[in-house]
Write a protein that binds this ligand. Structure first.
Ligand code: SF4
Length: 114
């Protein structure tokens, strides 16, 4: 398999995040949607509240399938965030906090087999 330099760099970035989250354990708190990285990637705790004029990828999701729980970067669900209702989980891209099962960001990609 031929891997481009950019692809390799992306893999190393994700491997670093995964390693870091394993080292420090999973977060207990909900990810702050105002976190700079979360804002840059358009993270919303509720996918129905996404500003569709700003995020056209989500605007194409007529059936509402693009949610964190169906995303390839969602690695662990069934968790509770401190002081919050609903289901939360671990996202490879956001080691600082748990993401909502019904959340969304612009990095969403369908988890195979979903
Ligand atoms: S990458 Fe996927 S799991 Fe992570 S916040 Fe974005 S949509 Fe949710």
């Amino acid at each position: 398999m031929k891997t481009s330099r950019r692809g390799f760099a992306s893999l190393m970035f994700l491997a670093g995040i995964t390693w870091k989250s394993r080292l420090y354990g999973e977060p207990k708190n909900a990810l702050d949607p105002n976190d700079p990285t979360a804002k840059a990637l358009g993270y919303y705790e509720d996918h129905t509240k996404v500003d569709l004029s700003k995020w056209p990828k989500k605007a194409q999701d007529k059936e509402g399938k693009q949610i964190c729980k169906t995303c390839v970067f969602w690695t662990k669900g069934g968790l509770k965030a401190e002081g919050r209702e609903g289901e939360w989980g671990v996202c490879t891209l956001f080691p600082k906090g748990l993401v909502s099962a019904t959340g969304w960001c612009n990095s969403w990609a369908l988890k195979p087999g979903t």
